[in-house]
Design a protein around this ligand. Sequence first.
Ligand SMILES: Nc1ncnc2c1ncn2[C@@H]1O[C@H](COP(=O)(O)OP(=O)(O)OP(=O)(O)O)[C@@H](O)[C@H]1O
Length: 372
Amino acid sequence: MHVDPVRPTRLRETPSLQKTGLTMDRVRHAYGTRQVVHDLSLQIADGELLCLLGPSGCGKTTTLRIAAGLEEPAGGTVWIGDRTVAGPDVFIPPEQRGIGFLFQDYALFPHLTVLENVRFGMTHLPRAEGVANAMAALKRVGMDGYAGVYPHTLSGGQQQRVGLARALAPRPRLMLLDEPFSGLDKRLRDQVRDQTLHLLKDSGVSTLMVTHDPEEAMFMADTIALMRDGHLEQVGNPVELYCRPKTAFAARFFGEVNSLRASCRNGRVETPLGVFEAPDGLRDGVVEVLIRPEGLRLDAVQDGEEPAVLATVAESRMLGRSSLVHLRIDTGAGPLHLHSRMPGLFLPPPGEPLAVVPDRSQVFVFAADADL
Ligand SMILES: Nc1ncnc2c1ncn2[C@@H]1O[C@H](COP(=O)(O)OP(=O)(O)OP(=O)(O)O)[C@@H](O)[C@H]1O
């Protein structure tokens, strides 16, 4: 376990540095005097799908707009492939960057048919070739039967698919997606997300996608770049972010956690749930211990048994695929309220004693207040 947040690293500016799908090096941006992106560096490999994830206002859309050329950065350098598109004395406008966009409102032209919308980015091609490419793109998203209709006659999910076909048809070097599923209701969203993931992966295009939804990021991403206040907090694959968060912010961002204050002495953290090992480099003192609800397994207490950690059930609720059990543990310092999430239907009655077994791989220890 680590305790330091990721600091922006300076990418080596040597000829051997391989620029891939998208490279950003120490990019900065301000609106007026307010700096909203601070020395941000990231790289997307060819064919990789990177999700920029973070709370509202942390600078995700601004970062995407800088990649698109819709904002000019105040500092730093941006490459698409090995071509510099923004940097000192360089600024390539969006239409010359070889990118495809998909925004949350799909931005289809209402006065053009579906086919003409998709052909729009290929008007430099002879008409017959543009139409053939547009029809092929519509076929890939299952919308070739709607070529002659106008966008307002389509459902939200169908418009999203046409938007995706339009963005992919000119075979962009880089795809930029800003909250592309947020306009869809939950059931449709799951289906459209799945289709979009496979289309992007099959096309082999490098993709930067912005989302504020951690589950969506884990569903879509090869790599997640978690952003906070204009910085990258942690970059890694979904398993690294979820199972090895480097900060309490990262741990909390991916869902509910039980939080306990405890003391760390000589690398040992004593809590009412047992003794845990402190991560390397954590100094003695007050620490925060975070445990995901699914990291607290509950077992029946056998007659005569004295479990290491004994809890009493306060409430039980079925949440669909799992059940949430509210627990009370009596400690010398007063009662401790915890949540355990058990798979399937598990509804012990209030008052029942249960043994609590923490899964150590889901226990995260951080310096207290290091992250506020
Ligand atoms: N054109 C603008 N002029 C001034 N401030 C802006 C502008 N666009 C964004 N901001 C501010 O910059 C900060 C970062 O905004 P940005 O849209 O990049 O964040 P975000 O993470 O994408 O948030 P959201 O998910 O809410 O869109 C916010 O505080 C926002 O209010």
